[in-house]
Write a protein that binds this ligand. Sequence first.
Ligand SMILES: NC(=O)c1ccc[n+]([C@@H]2O[C@H](COP(=O)([O-])OP(=O)(O)OC[C@H]3O[C@@H](n4cnc5c(N)ncnc54)[C@H](O)[C@@H]3O)[C@@H](O)[C@H]2O)c1
Ligand SMILES: [Zn+2]
Length: 381
Amino acid sequence: MDIQRKRALVTGGAGLIGSHIVDLLLQEDWQVRILDNLEPQTHKHGKPAWINPKAEFLLGNVQDYETMRSALTDIDVVFHEAAYGGYMPEMAKYVLVNSFGTAQMLEIIRDQKFPIQKVVVASSQAVYSEGAAQCAIHGHVVPLLRPAEQLRAGDFQVQCPQCDRPTTSIPTPEGTPGGGETVYALTKVDQERLVLLWGKQTGIPTVALRYSCTYGPRQSLFNPYTGVIAIFCTRLLNGQPPVMYEDGGQTRDLCFVEDIARANFLVATTDKLDGLPVNVGSGRATSVRDLADIIAEQLGVTIEPIARGEFRPGEIRSLISDISRIRTIGYEPQVPLEEGIARYIAWIRTQGTVDDYFAKAEIGLREKGIVQNITRSSGTA
Ligand SMILES: NC(=O)c1ccc[n+]([C@@H]2O[C@H](COP(=O)([O-])OP(=O)(O)OC[C@H]3O[C@@H](n4cnc5c(N)ncnc54)[C@H](O)[C@@H]3O)[C@@H](O)[C@H]2O)c1
Ligand SMILES: [Zn+2]
């Protein structure tokens, strides 16, 4: 007799991370259902061609009770990727899609007594504030978010909470206190707390994966609010310089999407990390400025990035994930940044004309105070 194939629901399965999870699960001979509303901001031309035909595709919204009830029927494992993301100006929509959508999904599973064996939720390293840091005097510290006043004055340093000296960034482990410093981040905190708490109440195994900045083929080229690599690529392909906030010295942990997808598979197929938040990323720091240079070089253009004396309140200066926890189940990032960017660019070249949506979007971001001016420049380019 055949062993029963595992059945997965991947919400947001048309998107960057979800679609790679779908492909991996199918390779592993799982049965896969996708629930995705094809959010127009992300999927400008409707249903993307990469949706694996071997998966069942349900068009629908996580906010809709009946849609979710049918999507969750006859499922063993849920990968909950659907979310509203990025530095978008909306507030209520984040709460509806991310917080409400997750809470309702959990309620449905519980109330319908669906025999779900595990829920893996897409959380984010955005749940931390400034990442963990090292002070020369006080050792490991957890700095507070840099106040907007400090950034406005052109001072981007992350200070020790005890002595105000500048700190250096160190990898951030899961136990680091945080809280979320943007509306998006707050709803990611909601999602992971809801899932982990519900897991304790119901006894259903759960994992919250805190992804670092994820990129790779299929990352939307239409969304000017999210995905620094996608935005820089579209700017450069339109002959425009990438725009850096602050001085471009922010560092990010950039992780190739296939590594993130494999992390999902790993946590779904072991019970070792059940009930926990788990970082997943590359564990490597790259500055925004270096990133712009790497992308320009790979595109074969000589356009320098610009810093125009702007900052985003709530932006984190340096956040590198400590990935020791997920390493204990055999995770290891496999795609180095240069290779991953080359693969993303190769994919972009198959996508036809690429527009610069950022130029239009940034006017709105300024009007709403999401991007603000530095009043006293500290010598930015
Ligand atoms: N990409 C990153 O850097 C990153 C980092 C940390 C966390 N995450 C999280 O990972 C998950 C996947 O992100 P992604 O990068 O693949 O984004 P994405 O935008 O490419 O994919 C999200 C998918 O969810 C769908 N979706 C959005 N709202 C929906 C709704 N109301 N109902 C049904 N479907 C809906 C979209 O159509 C899209 O296909 C999200 O939860 C995101 O918050 C992403
Ligand atoms: Zn100190």
